[in-house]
Ligand binder design. Structure first.
Ligand code: DQA
Length: 160
């Protein structure tokens, strides 16, 4: 099973980008966390980053065609890109939206995500550990529908 881990604009600058907000972990550290988690979970991951919206859309279309689950940090696109949202809405396997920081404790404009309504779940504020948690969840829900809320359902239905 393959999971795509897709990162939007400026995530490649981690480590030097506003370290007071994003910390000193680098993008290479992010790749490392994902690869280590994947090998523990016995899945393969493909970790990518782009500052170009068209490229991100092509990767999301690829995920749809190949039925890959996706971990997506849409970065700034989170807050305004209907094109990224529409591509996410068409995914054929579950999507986890992720943010390194707790967007709800930051500027007002970061509280609104156009992606969340089409994601199975959202993790924010846990730094790189969030990527590991997202991969863990996706690795165990591979048979589910794109927006089925596995965590919530499993609380009420022990057969899940
Ligand atoms: C971010 C939060 C976004 O608001 C911001 O534009 C980013 C990173 C995060 O990971 O915390 O670039 O997605």
């Amino acid at each position: 099973m393959k999971i795509l881990v897709l990162n939007g604009p400026n995530i490649g600058r981690l480590g030097t980008r506003e370290p007071d907000v994003y910390g000193y972990a680098t993008y290479d550290d992010l790749i490392d966390v994902c690869q280590k988690a994947a090998s523990k979970l016995n899945v393969s991951v493909d970790v990518r980053q782009t500052d170009t919206e068209g490229r991100m859309l092509a990767w999301l279309h690829e995920a749809t065609d190949e039925r890959y689950p996706v971990v997506l940090n849409p970065a700034a696109w989170t807050h305004y890109s209907i094109a990224v949202r529409d591509a996410c809405a068409a995914l054929s396997a579950p999507l986890v939206e992720i943010h390194l920081t707790n967007v709800h404790t930051r500027e007002e404009f970061r509280r609104m995500s156009v992606i969340s309504p089409v994601a199975a779940g959202v993790i924010c504020g846990l730094g790189l550990a969030g990527y590991e948690l997202a991969l863990q969840w996706l690795a165990t829900v591979k048979q589910r529908e794109p927006r089925e809320h596995g965590g919530v359902l499993s609380l009420v239905d022990p057969s899940n």
